[in-house]
Design a protein around this ligand. Structure first.
Ligand code: PLP
Length: 281
């Protein structure tokens, strides 16, 4: 199939799938999502993503649609039905289907929604442009909830400015980007915002830090400022959909570009991990 959608047991081409009007995802964004690549029939870093997904569901009290193992098997099965070398798998569980009421029914389980579609390999060599905006999101950025309005507005701002991502900052402090984490290399140290309620605990971020440890690159998980970002030797933008991109411009001015060989090495590590995971290496 060209692509596939799944909703509570039904499957079909994404364009032909529908969801009930009373799904709480629609009027409250009352749900949790996650996403990753699929390659050669394997769901990349499935354990990490499933762990975060179920952890998030538990934190907000949503009853999962199925067990972790069933979800893993289902994702693998759907991936196997889609043509295309590299696919992107997205899944979400809302608090289920119920008439609109802020307080939620205690009985019933969440709805499961999945899409799988082919994507191009990300071009890791191409340096991206970054715009920036004040981070006006709430204080639960560590939960991968469907409430993404400020992220949507920020991503749109980036696009309108000819950029690929938008950096969020609270005052002068950089937190993350609209749909990625951000790290800097400065004087041989990899610096990134600590895991707190201001950022999503990104899985690509985690694997970038693991790659840095293997290369004996010191890691400093502390907040850094917009000024430190502007002065960085390199700026790395990580996410499960793009692995690890490197910035070349920030707010219309050149940024980074001082240790390209180190960037290439780290990007190579992440790609190698993907290929190893699916058994290509
Ligand atoms: N930060 C935000 C706000 C995101 O939305 C995402 C991904 O969607 C990330 C970071 C990167 O997380 P991951 O590496 O798990 O994809």
């Amino acid at each position: 199939m060209r692509d596939i959608g799944y909703y509570n047991g039904k499957t079909g081409p994404i364009d032909e799938m529908t969801v009930p009007m009373n799904d709480r995802a629609l009027y409250f964004g009352d749900g949790i999502y996650d996403a990753t690549f699929g390659l050669d029939g394997k769901v990349f870093l499935l354990e990490d993503h499933v762990e975060r997904f179920y952890g998030n569901l538990e934190r907000v009290g949503i009853v999962p649609y199925c067990t972790r193992q069933e979800l893993g098997e289902l994702l693998g099965r759907l991936l196997g039905q889609v043509d295309g070398e590299l696919c992107f798998l997205y899944w979400q569980t809302s608090r289920g289907v119920a008439p609109r009421n802020h307080a939620f029914p205690r009985e019933g389980k969440g709805s499961l929604y999945i899409t799988v579609k082919p994507v191009e390999f990300p071009d890791l060599k191409k340096r991206i442009g970054l715009s920036s905006t004040e981070d006006t999101r709430f204080l639960h950025c560590d939960i991968k909830t469907l409430n993404l309005l400020p992220a949507v507005m920020a991503a749109q701002k980036a696009q309108e400015e000819g950029c690929q991502e938008c950096v969020f900052h609270r005052g002068e402090v950089v937190t993350e980007c609209s749909h990625s984490n951000i790290s800097i290399l400065k004087d041989g140290v990899l610096r990134t915002h600590p895991l707190d309620r201001y950022i999503l605990p990104g899985i690509a971020r985690k694997h970038l830090l693991m790659a840095a440890v293997r290369r004996n690159i010191p890691i400093d998980e502390r907040p850094f400022t917009m000024d430190e970002l502007r002065q960085a030797d390199e700026v790395l933008v990580t996410s499960s959909s793009k692995l690890c991109l490197v910035a070349g411009q920030l707010e219309g001015r050149p940024v980074g570009g001082r240790v390209p060989e180190l960037v290439e090495a780290l990007q190579g590590d992440l790609l190698e991990e993907l290929y190893r995971y699916v058994g290509r290496l």
